[in-house]
Design a protein around this ligand. Sequence first.
Ligand code: SUG
Length: 448
Amino acid sequence: MKSCEVNFDGLVGPTHNYGGLSYGNVASQSNSQQTSNPREAALQGLAKMKALMDMGFTQGVLAPQERPDIAGLRKLGFSGTDAEVIAKVAKQDMPLLVASCSASSMWVANAATVSPSADTADGRVHFTAANLNCKYHRSIEHPTTSRVLQAMFADQQHFAHHAALPAVAQFGDEGAANHTRFCRDYGDAGVEFFVFGRSAFDTRYPAPQKYPARQTLEASQAVARLHGLSAEGVVYGQQNPAVIDQGVFHNDVIAVGNGEVLFYHEDAFLNTEALVAELHDKLSRRGGRLQAICVPRAEVAVEDAVRSYLFNSQLLARGDGSMLLIVPEECRANERVWNYLQRLIADESPIAEVKVFDLKQSMQNGGGPACLRLRVALKDTELAAVNPGVIMTAPLYDSLTQWVDRHYRDRMGENDLTDPQLLLECRTALDELTQILKLGAVYPFQLG
Ligand code: SUG
């Protein structure tokens, strides 16, 4: 039976703005309060989806969320009509309104962790929504994320959904951004690599000094248990705390992997040699051969990796067995990174080609090509069971770009977030979107 990897990209929501909400994420901090362009952001994301589809990859779409999050604000004690809630929070606690307006659900690499059916005990594809409990603006995503994922992958014969882990820092879970799957073929049993930033309970693991380590070992272990993964198919590795303190807030800012290839920075992990050996060993027992490409710090410093998002790239397997790397424009703008990439593709490396995309609107909040996609490896029968409304086609691309043009503003500053009209615009747009993507009712305003 044939299998493939499908990239489901997050559609940027109509309230995309630069709130400076993510301490430890250098781009989010340094672009705080800049004026954003939600329309351009959504179109940049759609252009990437269309380009991948045109190259022959199966591409999906993941819907954005209802913002401002009025239901969340009511839970925090704001009352009255929706417009009154917005006016009160704008007056009393502007940072909370900004957080309640974030379009951060676009970074769907943080939506969930996904294990393909070849790896799980019950032979179904498993999803665990990420609790994202390190930041308020992200912690409010998972209830809607769960409903959207269930509307996309509804067939219980093939798909199993788990609620987010307990909403405490000890089980901090950031989803697929800290999870990489290696395999020979997408349909074969693979090795799932979970990278954590700290341990909640075991003090032997070091932790960063400055910035938060969002993912805990205990959260990763819980996800592996929920998904029914076997010990032979799992590797846990610790992220180097020193790089977290340099702005590497997720593993996908310093490493990316797919198939038999791991592309990583020399400083990405602790105990790298033993870790790579374990990956190699476990993958070889699954019939694969790990090809580890280590980028030396002498060629690309961590600072350049963080600034350019070299590793937040999409590593895509092409039909001929070679790999394609999708990188953001910022990689071309960085001479050292760009020179490294030229050498990489000229060498005998499994990465044969690099393609560059302009994702500046998302990048300015610390979200590159890899943040914008959730990968789901599917067998043919499973792909056939996915809601067809969310699979990208030329007509769907046209209707989504027209939908963006009809509903999105082309500038968004802090003041715009206080406008009660924005909520109505957002709800009108999302109501229409659920029809375009055939999702049914998934948003709080639709559920009553
Ligand atoms: O969680 N930025 C996101 C970026 C997530 C990137 N995802 C991956 N690496 N997979 C975050 O830090 C910034 C929002 C703001 O400041 O307005 C933000 O949430």
